[in-house]
Design a protein around this ligand. Structure first.
Ligand code: NDP
Length: 284
């Protein structure tokens, strides 16, 4: 392998030590950051994500509150629960684990969360604030990617960044964060013609597609930085990203592995956002 590995696990661990210290300082001021997580239904993957979030809160000295609602919970009941948490001064962050059952309108749920407690950064107000370069809760996975690059000493300004994927939670916002840092950004998606034409010009490629081994060495310019957001299972059931790691790591300059790349940063930035919310509540 010629590429330098960007070790998300180590960078996340370093960030968590910094967050834990800030939590102790806030506690000295009488505030313990509190994160409420609402889980609707019995999705196994969602349960695992929620457990990991609770564990992270405990490790960092924050409070966590898990609210489990039945799969058939009426939308109104879920919205009322969110309103209750919006008004609870002990709760600084509210997260509704997605996906939600079909009878619940995801948009309505996200928009009911107070923008001041929207630690996922999905509320349109936070998205708008991010787009206009104002103080905002940044969405956790895109934010984590920017921290990975910063901690690795990779400059973004002036670079050509090609994002493959344009979802609301990863592709679109990460492109915006790169733009905010003066990169030139190209978005690619399923209707893009000749994807390789674009990705081969990139100084930095972000793969957020959800297809195992989709990005191959052919897609990459020699020495490029490759960020693999994908979390997939291959045919053997093994965890893998969107990037064909074996061959791309022979050509790239820097690469994130899966696991231990972008993944550990997502929960870390959620913890950071909860801390930020608690700290900002001192001035509200
Ligand atoms: P989505 O399914 O919402 O979006 C996938 C994107 O890929 C879409 O924009 C789609 O285009 C695009 N796409 C699909 N096929 C192609 C193709 N052939 N060529 C080019 N683009 C294509 O996924 P997410 O953004 O939610 O997630 C992407 C991956 O990241 C998944 O593996 C997911 O598990 C992982 N993930 C990891 C996280 C982490 O913490 N590490 C957090 C969140 C997600 P179009 O818009 O045209 O349909």
């Amino acid at each position: 392998m010629t590429a330098q590995l960007i070790n998300g696990k180590d960078i996340a661990a370093k960030k968590r030590v910094e967050i834990a210290k800030e939590v102790q300082i806030l506690k000295g001021n009488g505030i313990t950051p509190g994160l409420a997580v609402i889980l609707v239904g019995n999705n196994d993957a969602s349960k695992t994500y929620v457990r990991n979030k609770e564990k992270a809160c405990q490790e960092l000295g924050m409070n966590s509150l898990l609210i489990e609602l039945a799969n058939g919970v009426p939308e109104q009941e879920l919205l009322a629960k969110i309103e209750e948490l919006n008004d609870d001064p002990a709760i600084h962050g509210i997260l509704v684990q997605l996906p939600l059952p079909d009878h619940i309108d995801e948009r309505k749920v996200i928009e009911t969360i107070s923008p001041l407690k929207d630690v996922d950064g999905f509320h349109p107000i936070n998205i708008g604030r991010m787009m206009t370069g104002q103080n905002a809760f940044l969405p956790c996975t895109p934010y984590g990617i920017m921290v990975l690059l910063d901690e690795t000493g990779i400059t973004v300004e002036g670079k050509h960044v090609v994002i493959v994927g344009r979802s609301n939670i990863v592709g679109k916002p990460v492109g915006q964060l790169f733009l905010n840092q003066n990169a030139t950004v190209t978005y690619c998606h399923s209707k893009t013609k000749d994807l390789k034409l674009h990705t081969r010009q990139a100084d930095i490629v972000v793969a957020a597609v959800g297809i195992p081994n989709f990005i191959t060495a052919d897609h990459i310019k020699e020495g490029a930085v490759v960020i693999d957001v994908g979390i997939n299972r291959n045919e053997a059931g093994k965890l893998c990203g969107d990037v064909k790691f074996d061959e791309v790591s022979e050509k790239a300059g820097f690469i994130t592995p899966v696991p231990k790349g972008v993944g550990p940063m997502t929960i870390t930035m959620l913890m950071y956002n909860t801390l930020k919310s608690a700290a900002e509540s001192l001035n509200q």
